[in-house]
Every structure is written in structure tokens, then in C-alpha cells.
Design a protein around this ligand. Sequence first.
Ligand SMILES: [Zn+2]
Length: 233
Amino acid sequence: MSQVITLFRLQKIDSQCDKIHVRLSEIEREIKEDVILKEAHQMHDQALVAERSAHEHERSTEEAVRGIQIKLEHNQSSQFGGKIFSPKELQDLQSEQSALERRRTELEEEQLNAMMILEKAEKVKREADANLAMAEQKSSSRQALLRGEQVTLQQELEKLDAERQAIRTTVSVDLADTYDKLRLQKKGVAVAMIVDECCAACGSSLTPADCQAARSPSKINYCPSCGRILYAG
Ligand SMILES: [Zn+2]
């Protein structure tokens, strides 16, 4: 077999391996990052904090209403307990009663509002719970799928690697060295096929003489534009 055909086969295998490596890194990243699950956790944490604070606020408004209620009860028992005889004192107590009642109304509104906020926060939290559970479920099936793909790709890689090693033993050391250097310099593609009298890697047109030369079974020819090894096909 001519050296160019061998190199072309080697190139095909190496390109396949490169693709697999890219996909394996993607998989690795996807498994590690799991953006959807991360977002679901964030949403859940936020909902939890919001629910706790709404609960706290509702509880404090409830306490405030109760506090006012106690003050009002004291006021009432002072007013009607039969121990106040001065009209001034009685008047003071009555205006305190009015002020307390106004404050109670305000606080009751605040409490109602806090209850509504709490109800909403609880709803959001329930939704976040469900969303997180779903994301966890989806994530574990996605991870299983990715791990399955990972195993398949690794097996494929091993197979290709064995083929690659076998082919490389048939390539001269110098040529293998040239090939490796070109792969490093030319984004992984050292051998380019000629398609319609053009280099398939860089796209530049080739002269009929270039194309003819590339058919030589003994000599290695290079694309005049990109410097890759030409394979006539
Ligand atoms: Zn080229």
C-alpha cells in the first residue's frame, strides 16, 4: 500500500479520535456542571429563604396585633374597673383607646398582607420543590445516558487506538514524524484529500500537475497553499 493511502487512513482514525476526545470533554463538563440542576437548586434555595422570611414577618405581625390587643384590654379594664375618677385621666384613657384601635387596624392590615405574601411564598416554594425533584430525576437519567455514551466512546477509542498503532508501524519514522508535526500545526489535519481539483482542507485550487503528482505511489506531495500532504483518493 502506498504511504499516502496509509497516512490517509491514519488521518481518518486520528480525526475520529479527536472528535471522540472533544465529545468526551463535553460529556465530562456536562456531568460536572449540570446547569439545569444547578438552576433548580438556586431557585429552590431562594424560594426557601423567601418563605422563611415571609413566615417570620407574618409571625411578627401576629405578635404585634396580640400586643395591641393586650394593651387594649388593659385600657378597658382601667376605664371600666371603677378605679378612675378624674375626668382628665378618663379622657387620656379614651384617647389612648382610639390610638390603640387605629394602630390595631393598621397592624391587622399588615398581618393580612403578610399572610398573603406568605401564601404566595409557600406556593412558590412548593413549585420550587416540584421543579427540583423533576430536575433531579431528569439529571440522573441524563447522567446515566452520558455515562453510557462515555463508556461506548472510550471503547471505540481503544479500538481506534489499536488500529492506529497497527497502521503506524507500517509508516516510516520520518514520515510519521512529518505527519505528527503537520497534525500539530494544521489543526489536527495533516492529510488532505483532493476533491474537484481542490485541497479539501484549505479549499485552494490545484493545478492538474499537482493532482497528477499526488497520485504518485512513491512520492509524498504537499498542498502548495496549506502545506498538507495531498491524497488523490
Ligand atoms: Zn491545502
